[in-house]
Design a protein around this ligand. Structure first.
Ligand code: PEP
Ligand code: MN
Length: 269
């Protein structure tokens, strides 16, 4: 198969995934090793319930000295995972260089992380790098602080760059101290964003809202009840030993169970 044919097939798969409801995205918080990425992708694909493979390549860690992502070296692993499973791949980008690298290695969907959405300079840099790019959907996570203008402003910057397929990811908002949630959901804010951008899909990220496994099911169900368009859930072949966000990751098989336990809206099934 020629490169062009492969790209077209990949783009078609991405378009198909993008329009599916519910849209289910899953994969590790971080790409760690080639084996881990491939095994996770294969086990997710085997569930038959996942539309897009996610993995963090560059990780914006709160404190220094932690695993900050495998970097560009991990991008060929995602290409290989896609080749083996047919799943489109999605990664987080935070700089123009990361956008360039991602597109060079045929990443299908990009997302802007919560720590990037807060910074208009960064979002604009990403938007500039996306000018002239077609057929690459971009998901914009809410900023870590509960500021809808900032979230909406990020979305508008990406839209002005000419990106036609933009989605929202609700991952909750930072709060100080111990609460039931790692990031407070503040559902009403996400619902207001949904009202402001009715044409855009909104995806819930229970992993970063909960920060733990035992509450993922309830938060996922709540988002379905609120008519969200999909879920992005972190999964790992060995969650307890994950190099980042170990407490909130689940195995692909547990994800399949979680999805199976959800009461979906009639139009989603
Ligand atoms: C992630 O998706 O792994 C991540 C870093 O998320 P967030 O930007 O929501 O903190
Ligand atoms: Mn994570």
């Amino acid at each position: 198969m020629s490169t062009t044919a492969t790209l077209t097939a990949a783009q078609e798969a991405t378009q198909k995934a993008w329009s599916k409801r519910p849209l289910i995205i899953s994969g590790p918080c971080s790409a760690e090793t080639e084996e881990q990425v491939i095994a996770t992708a294969q086990r997710l694909a085997a569930t038959g319930k996942v539309d897009v493979l996610r993995a963090g390549i560059w990780k914006p860690r709160t404190r220094p000295g932690m695993f900050e992502g495998i970097g560009t070296k991990g991008l060929p692993w995602l290409q290989k995972a896609k080749e083996l499973t047919g799943l489109p791949v999605a990664i987080e980008v935070a700089t123009a260089k990361q956008v360039e690298d991602a597109l060079h290695f045929d990443v299908d969907i990009l997302w802007i992380g919560a720590r990037t959405t807060v910074n208009p300079f960064s979002v604009q840099e990403i938007a500039d790098a996306l000018k002239g790019v077609e057929n690459v959907p971009v998901l914009v996570k809410n900023p870590i602080n509960p500021d809808l203008e900032l979230w909406g402003g990020g979305v508008e910057r990406i839209a002005r760059a000419g990106i036609k397929q933009i989605g929202l990811i609700h991952r909750g908002f930072s709060n100080y101290g111990n609460t039931d949630f790692r990031n407070a959901p503040m559902w009403h804010l996400a619902i207001e964003m949904k009202r402001r951008f009715p044409e855009m899909p909104i995806i819930c990220d229970p992993s970063h809202i909960c920060g733990r496994r035992d509450t993922l099911q309830d938060v996922a169900q709540k988002s379905v009840d609120l008519q969200y368009d999909g879920l992005i859930v972190e999964s790992h072949i060995d969650p307890d030993n994950a190099w980042s966000d170990a407490k909130q990751q689940i195995t692909p098989e547990t994800l399949a169970e979680l999805l199976g336990n959800i009461t979906w809206r009639k139009e989603d099934t």
